[in-house]
Design a protein around this ligand. Structure first.
Ligand code: FES
Length: 261
């Protein structure tokens, strides 16, 4: 049997079609909806980071937590800490933005979604992309996407902080609607974080014998089940964090008032 290792010139070329695609279904719908959803998140996030109404006892808006700047109100400071000096005058949310943003931007699922919906590279399966060349993530700048596994550790910290905020709200205002919104959001953020492909790999990705590592195997089995839901968790946690953040800001601005808030 003859085996060829080099690609023939014919195989390197794309199919020579006169039309962009032969697909007749609504292949453009998924990238269009993704574009709309991600754009809404980006626009909201930009507004929220610069909005000053992020705290009202006992709630803190997730986009501004942990609050570590000296300008943070007393009750909003994470564990009472303010490690940044008076020199820092920008919004507190900017200090920690890099961790959750870097985690989502480099996420395997989000990469697929914005490559398709923003860069049209390609917009859908079997639909030609406008770009002439394809180099994947093999060179700068996209090779940097490999840092995703490190952002995972930062995301674990953010998930823990949001859980802590939600528990504090539960202790001080168990009947508050905001408390339950923050709790659901924290649960979804943690579930999304744990469903990460890097988390699955860290749990037991390089083991040769599961039988010798029963605990890691059980953890891997659990994470694998979450991992299968990574895409819906990515969307659910994205909307939940927007809703929770917006809700707290509306309460802080007095648009929604206690005792039901
Ligand atoms: Fe999506 Fe890690 S792969 S968060």
């Amino acid at each position: 049997m003859t085996q060829t290792t080099a690609e023939s010139p014919a195989r390197k070329q794309r199919a020579q079609l006169k039309v962009r695609t032969l697909r007749t279904d609504r292949w453009w719908l998924a990238p269009a909806l993704t574009f709309a959803g991600l754009s809404a998140f980006l626009i909201y996030g930009f507004w929220a980071i610069f909005d000053a109404s992020y705290f009202v006892e006992p709630y803190i808006a997730p986009f501004s937590s942990p609050c570590l700047a000296t300008s943070c109100p007393e009750g909003a400071r994470f564990l009472g800490l303010a490690p940044f000096g008076d020199w820092y005058g920008l919004p507190p949310g900017l200090l920690i933005l890099g961790l959750p943003a870097g985690f989502r931007v480099t996420c395997y699922y989000y990469r697929k979604s914005y490559y398709r919906s923003f860069w049209l590279s390609p917009p859908a399966c079997a639909v030609a992309e406008p770009h002439k060349k394809y180099t994947g993530e093999t060179r700068l700048p996209l090779i940097i996407q490999n840092v995703h596994r490190y952002f995972f550790y930062g995301a674990i910290v953010i998930g823990a902080v949001l859980t802590y905020d939600a528990i504090l709200a539960l202790v001080h205002k168990p009947a508050g609607l905001g408390t339950w919104i923050l709790l659901v959001n924290a649960a979804l953020i943690v579930a999304y974080t744990l469903s990460c492909h890097s988390c699955r790999h860290i749990t037991a990705g390089r083991l040769n014998h599961f039988s010798k590592h029963p605990l890691r195997y059980r953890a891997w089995t659990f994470i694998s089940k979450l991992n299968a839901k990574h895409q819906p968790l990515a969307w659910a946690s994205m909307f939940s964090v927007m809703i929770a953040d917006f809700y707290v800001r509306l309460v802080a601005k007095g648009v929604i008032t206690f005792p039901f808030a």
